[in-house]
Each structure stands twice: as structure tokens, then as C-alpha cells.
Design a protein around this ligand. Structure first.
Ligand code: ADP
Length: 590
């Protein structure tokens, strides 16, 4: 309602001012016209009186006789009451004055403005206060060649009188004013109703209320058009806002499932948004724990980011380049590797991305190491083969049995090369393409039996015994060839390193809901304690010479460990107090 009141009041005040100015202007104009009309009328009358007086003087030859008293008779006949009649001779001397009995002391009238004007142009007028009566008089002087006839009448064209005469006009004006007022009242009331409605409408739109269904009763005029426009703008805004919200939600959802930590900052380094990985990563990198994304700028490892952002904050380099400015670097913290990337956008807001590259980084290092190891491992049998073959080729005359000996040696080395390549490829498959191995419920006992059977001859040669304590109920979720490799490698190692007259034992010693737990032992001499933690590493051998002699590739236990891990199990190794090695491992049931 406040709006309505101020709006209407303003219209009324404006109207009042305009109307008053208009009325005053009309009255002023009217007053001016009235004044000049009255003056003209008065001048006309005085002119006539002067003419009559002049003729009377001439007719009665008064100037000659000096009987000016006879003019008193004329005075009685004059049409306007209180008309002052003065006769002034050409020297300015007053010879007769109807208001003064004795004209002798009256001062010279030659300097009177009306007389002066009459002297030069035949007649003259002046309006001034009379010294004698203290009233405003209209003076008219007529030059009659021998004398001046001056007549004067009360000049009474005053405002009060004028207004009195203009009463009808004033009443008309007041009536007009009231009429306009009433009209204005209704018009503005209607208008302000619309405006208040429009205001409520706009307010509701501003407060995000649904205005499209609002009963607004707007007519088909300009206000209706404004309403339609507001609805249109509101609808557009709402759609844009809804779209923005859904995009934002999508982005948020996307950010949360990302493996990377991401945070976007304003140019002033205030967080716009950050996902939980970002907070988690900066906590891993920082020595202090935090929940604020802005904390990243106080971590020394991120000094590069701060310098980079500060450098670009003041300059406008990035708008010139098509590619957005960015830096990338890697941080190593507590055995973990984080790849950091910072991108500055055109509006100078920027994003910091943190990805945990520990696994790929470690794998990269491992692969690097492995490649050089493989090259080294391959070199040995290859140079042996080359050596044997060169000997045979360079000495065509050596005895046949010697030749056969060298060729057999070369063959054995090529077999070793094949074993090595098979092991490398198996290991790579387990590591990089573990998902390609087919897993199915598998009774373990026959797999163990097959592995032993396969090595039976060598076991017998060494007079080795074996015990299998795994019953037929033991069914694991496994891949047959991998599990075969596991037992074959373990048994082969025992044959190679435990030695003659030893015993191998394989038993399931425990089970729970998810796993079977197995123990593998031999009664050999075990491994010196300091080597134990490393025997699952690729190409790690306790005694290099011995391992080569036995044809070991140094990959056997690596294959065992990786295969067991692919079966969701774990493996550990220790020396038995009574001598020999003991492996404990688990395999998932299903
Ligand atoms: P390799 O191919 O040389 O046998 P492995 O990875 O299978 O490689 O074994 C690594 C090392 O562990 C071997 O070189 C050997 O010295 C030692 N080792 C493995 N099994 C036994 C065992 N049962 N008894 C004693 N030493 C073993």
C-alpha cells in the first residue's frame, strides 16, 4: 500500500502544481487585460472631460475674464465623482484647481510628468499617489495651446476589486479543479491498483514463486504486456537456472566418483568446489590434517602452484594463447606418488588436480627394472648357445661325439631360454591380464596329484617322499593351469634345493567361510634368514650359481605368489625349526 500512496500522492502533487500554475497564469493574464481596459476607459473619460472643459473655457472666455470659479459649475456636471480639474497656464502656474480653494501657494506644475508629456505631444498621462489625498490618481493633461487642462480621477484597479469582479471565473476554476481532482482520484486509483498488482507479481517472481499460474487479472493493455514479459523472463530464467542446477549436480556427482582429487578456486584462491578425494590427497601430502581445500596453498610441496597462479593473476597472457596455461609435476610423499596439474582459466579462476599415480609409478619403476633384468637373464643362455654353436662351426673336424656334446649343451640352453620366456610371459599374463584366466570351482587334490605325478621321476631319482593331506571336499574357485604351476614350482624347488632323501608335505590345516589355508613344507635345509624377505622377487636367487645349475629361472616363487594373489589368497614363508622351508598360503573358496 505504501507504493500506492506514494505513487498517487506524487500524481496529485504534480497535478496540483500544474493546475495552480495554469490558474494563476490565466488570472494574471485576465488581470492585466482588465487593467489596461480600465485604464483605457478612464483615459477616454478624462480626455472627454478635458475636451468639454476646454470648450467651456473657450466658450465662456474664462481665460480672458479670469473667472475660473465658474468652472465649479462644470465640475458638478462631470460623470465621475471626485474628478479633479486643474487648469495650468503655459508657464506651469496653477490657475484653477477644483480640489484647492486658494491656488496661489500651489507649486508650479510644469515639471509634472503628464504636463511635460502634454507640452511635447499634446497630451500626457501619469499614475501616482496624490500628496493631498494620499490616494492613487490617474492624471491626464491636455495641451490647449494657451493652457493645460489637467483632469485626474481615482485609480482604483486593485486586485481585491478585480477578484470580486472575476468571482464567476474563480468559481468556475474551483469547480474545474474539483472535477479534475475527482477524475484523477479514480484514474490513479485504478492505475495504482494495477501497479500494486504488478509490484506483487514482480515481487513473487523475485522470490522464485511460481507466477505462471498466479491469478493476476491484468487487462490487455501495457500492464498486461509487462506481465507477459515478466512471465517470459521468469520462465527463461527458471529454465536456465534448472538447467544450471542439473548440470552442476551432474558435475558434482561426476567429481565425487572421479579417482582424481579436484578443486576449483577463484582468482583470489577461494574454493569454488572440491571433491572429497582432493581433501583426502592434501591430507596425505600435508603434515597437518585439514578439511579445507584452501589449505593446499600452505603446503610446501604446492609452492610451485602458488607461484604459478600468482604469476598469471596479474598478467593477461592466457587470453592471448589458445591453450590454457598449466603446469604439471609429481610429488613423492611417504612412498606415494601424486601427479599435480594446475590449469588457469580465462577468467583467472583455476583448477588443481591431484592424481595418485603410486601404482603406475611403482609399476613403471618395476617394469624398468624388470626389463633390464630380463635382458640380463636372456643374455646368459644366448651367449652360451652362441658359444657352443661357434665352436662347432669353427671346428668342423672335431670328433662327432664332441660335436654332439656341444649341440646338446646348446639345446639345453635353448630349453632354458624357452623356460625363461614361458615364465616371463606367464608372469606378465598374471599381472597385466589376470582377468583373462578362467576361474571355476575346482577340486584341488587332483591338481596337486598331477603336479607331483609330472615330477615323479625326479622325485624318485632323489629318493624323495611326499605326503598330501588335502581331501576331496576342498574345492576352490580357481584356474587349473595356474594352480598346477603353483604346486609344480613349489615341488620343483624342493627337488632342486631341499636335496636327496627329503620329504615334502602338503596339507590343508585350516578353513573359514571364505578361505582354505594350506601348509607346504620340505625337510631340506631352508634358506638363510636374511634372504627370506626377498625370495618372492623376480629373478631373486639365494645362490645364483646353484639356481642356474638346477635350471631355475629365478621367477618360480614370483609366479607362485602372483598366482595365489590372483586367487585372492596370501602367501608367507619361514624356515622350519626342525629344518627345511615352510610356505603358508590361502586360496579363496568361491
Ligand atoms: P629359481 O628359479 O631360482 O628356483 P625361485 O623363485 O623359484 O627361483 O626361488 C628363488 C630362490 O629361493 C631360489 O634360487 C632358491 O635359492 C630359494 N629356494 C626356493 N625354494 C627353496 C626350497 N624349497 N629350499 C631352499 N631354497 C629354496
Amino acid at each position: 500500500m505504501i507504493v500506492q500512496r506514494t505513487f498517487r500522492r506524487r500524481i496529485f502533487i504534480n497535478f496540483f502544481v500544474v493546475f495552480s500554475v495554469f490558474t494563476l497564469a490565466v488570472l494574471g493574464y485576465q488581470y492585466d487585460r482588465e487593467k489596461s481596459y480600465r485604464t483605457g476607459q478612464l483615459e477616454n473619460t478624462l480626455e472627454n472631460i478635458s475636451e468639454v472643459t476646454h470648450r467651456y473655457i473657450e466658450h465662456k472666455r474664462i481665460f480672458e475674464s479670469g473667472d475660473f470659479k465658474s468652472l465649479d459649475t462644470l465640475k458638478m456636471l462631470l460623470p465621475i465623482e471626485n474628478t479633479r480639474l486643474t487648469i495650468v497656464d503655459m508657464t506651469g502656474k496653477v490657475v484653477y484647481d477644483s480640489f484647492v480653494a486658494d491656488v496661489q501657494p500651489v507649486e508650479n506644475h510644469l515639471k509634472r510628468p503628464e504636463v511635460q508629456k502634454a507640452l511635447y505631444s499634446g497630451k500626457g498621462t501619469d499614475i501616482r499617489l496624490s500628496n493631498t489625498t494620499n490616494q492613487k490618481f490617474y492624471y491626464y493633461a491636455k495641451n490647449c495651446k494657451k493652457y493645460f487642462v489637467r483632469t485626474a480621477a481615482l485609480y482604483n484597479v486593485d486586485m481585491a476589486k478585480f477578484l470580486k469582479t472575476e468571482r464567476t471565473f474563480l468559481v468556475f476554476v474551483v469547480f474545474l479543479f474539483i472535477l479534475m481532482w475527482v477524475l484523477l482520484h479514480f484514474t490513479t486509483r485504478r492505475l495504482s491498483e494495477f501497479i500494486v498488482k504488478l509490484k506483487d507479481f514482480a515481487l513473487k517472481a523475485g522470490q522464485n514463486e511460481d507466477i505462471s499460474k498466479m491469478d493476476s487479472n491484468f487487462q490487455d493493455n501495457e500492464l498486461g504486456v509487462i506481465r507477459k514479459q515478466i512471465i517470459q523472463i521468469y520462465d527463461n530464467l527458471k529454465t536456465a537456472k534448472d538447467e544450471l542446477t542439473s548440470e552442476r549436480e551432474k558435475l558434482y556427482g561426476h567429481l565425487q566418483v572421479l579417482k582424481e582429487g579436484i578443486s576449483i578456486f577463484t582468482p583470489g584462491k577461494n574454493k569454488i568446489l572440491a571433491n572429497s578425494h582432493f581433501i583426502q590427497f592434501i591430507n596425505m601430502i600435508s603434515d597437518k590434517s585439514t578439511i579445507s581445500a584452501e589449505h593446499v596453498f600452505s603446503i610446501p610441496e604446492f609452492n610451485k602452484v602458488v607461484e604459478f597462479v600468482d604469476k598469471y593473476r596479474e598478467s593477461d597472457l592466457q587470453t592471448q594463447n589458445k591453450e590454457l596455461p598449466h603446469i604439471e609435476f609429481t610429488i613423492e610423499k611417504s612412498e606415494k606418488f601424486f601427479h599435480i596439474r594446475c590449469i588457469i582459466f580465462v577468467d583467472k579462476s583455476f583448477e588443481v588436480l591431484i592424481s595418485d599415480v603410486t601404482r603406475p609409478e611403482k609399476q613403471r619403476l618395476l617394469k624398468q627394472q624388470l626389463t633390464s633384468n630380463i635382458a640380463h637373464e636372456l643374455k646368459t643362455p644366448l651367449s652360451s648357445i652362441k658359444g657352443y654353436l661357434e665352436t662347432v662351426l669353427n671346428n668342423p673336424n672335431i670328433p662327432a661325439e664332441k660335436q654332439t656334446y656341444f649341440l646338446e649343451k646348446a639345446f639345453a640352453q635353448s630349453q632354458r631360454l624357452t623356460d625363461l620366456l614361458n615364465d616371463i610371459s606367464l608372469l606378465n599374463n598374471i599381472e597385466d591380464a589376470g582377468g583373462l584366466f578362467e576361474f571355476k570351482p575346482l577340486m584341488l587334490k587332483p591338481v596337486i596329484r598331477d603336479a607331483i605325478e609330472n615330477l615323479k621321476i625326479r622325485l624318485t631319482e632323489r629318493n624323495m617322499d611326499y605326503k598330501i593331506d588335502v581331501d576331496n571336499e576342498v574345492v576352490v574357485n580357481g584356474n587349473e593351469s595356474l594352480l598346477f604351476s603353483v604346486f609344480q614350482n613349489l615341488v620343483e624347488n624342493s627337488i632342486n634345493y631341499a636335496g636327496n632323501n627329503t620329504t615334502i608335505s602338503i596339507r590343508k590345516y585350516l578353513e573359514d567361510n571364505k578361505f582354505y589355508y594350506f601348509q607346504y613344507t620340505d625337510s631340506g635345509s631352508g634358506i638363510p634368514e636374511e634372504h627370506l624377505p626377498r625370495i618372492f622377487e623376480r629373478f631373486y636367487r639365494v645362490d645364483y650359481g646353484r639356481s642356474r645349475e638346477t635350471g631355475g629361472t629365478g621367477l618360480g616363487l614370483s609366479i607362485v605368489k602372483n598366482a595365489i594373489m590372483l586367487h585372492k589368497g596370501e602367501i608367507s614363508v619361514k624356515n622350519r625349526p626342525e629344518g627345511g622351508l615352510e610356505f603358508l598360503f590361502s586360496l579363496a573358496k568361491r
